[in-house]
Design a protein around this ligand. Structure first.
Ligand code: FAD
Length: 143
C-alpha cells in the first residue's frame, strides 16, 4: 500500500551546501532500496524544510521516525499523511527545491504571506505548493 507523508521543520543551523549534500547523500544511499521517492523544499531565509515522502507505509513511517530523530532540525510538524493510489513525485529519490529562487507569487498563492511559513499552511496547501513547484521546473538538484 502506498502512502504519502508531508512534514515541515526548522534547521538548527544554517542550511548550506554541505548540509544539503549530506541529506542528498543519505537519500541516495537509502531511498531507492526502500522504494522511497519525494521532494525536499528548502527555504534558507527562514531555515525551513518542507518535505514529502512517498512509498510503502512501513518504509515511509520508518524513514519519518529516523528523520524526526535527526538533531540537525527541530519543530518537526506532521502536515499531512494519506494513503495514495499513485505517487506525485515518482521521478525523484529526493528532489531539492530552493524556495529562494521561486517567484514569490507562487508562494503567495498557497500562503497567508509571501514567505514560506508551514505553521500557517494546511497540509493540503503545502502539498499543492510542492506539486506546483515540481511541475513548474523549480527542482534545482535531484537524483
Ligand atoms: P548512519 O547513522 O550512518 O547509519 C546507521 C545505520 O542505519 C547504517 O547501517 C545505515 O545503513 C542505516 N540507515 C541509515 N539511514 C537509513 C535509511 N533511511 N533506511 C534504512 N537504513 C538506514 N535520510 C534518508 O535516508 N532519506 C531522506 O529522504 C532524508 N531526508 C532528510 C530530510 C531532512 C530535512 C533531514 C534533516 C534529514 C534527512 N535525512 C534523510 C537524513 C536522516 O535524518 C538520517 O540522518 C539519515 O537517514 C542517516 O543516514 P546515515 O547513513 O548517515 O546513517
Amino acid at each position: 500500500m502506498l502512502t504519502r507523508l508531508v512534514y515541515a521543520s526548522r534547521a538548527t543551523d544554517v542550511i548550506d551546501d554541505a548540509f544539503l549534500k549530506s541529506i542528498l547523500g543519505s537519500s541516495r544511499a537509502h531511498n531507492p532500496e526502500q522504494g522511497i521517492t519525494g521532494v525536499l523544499c528548502v527555504y534558507q531565509r527562514g531555515n525551513v524544510f518542507l518535505q514529502a515522502l512517498e512509498g510503502a507505509r512501513t518504509a515511509v513511517n520508518a524513514l519519518y521516525c529516523r528523520i524526526v530523530r535527526d538533531p540537525r532540525h527541530r519543530d518537526i510538524t506532521l502536515l499531512d499523511y494519506s494513503e495514495i493510489e499513485q505517487r506525485l513525485f515518482a521521478s525523484w529519490r529526493m528532489g531539492i527545491i530552493d524556495v529562494g529562487s521561486v517567484n514569490l507569487s507562487t508562494i503567495l498563492r498557497y500562503s497567508e504571506k509571501a514567505v514560506l511559513d508551514p505553521d500557517t499552511m494546511s497540509g493540503r496547501a503545502a502539498l499543492a505548493l510542492l506539486e506546483e513547484l515540481t511541475t513548474s521546473g523549480a527542482i534545482v538538484s535531484h537524483d
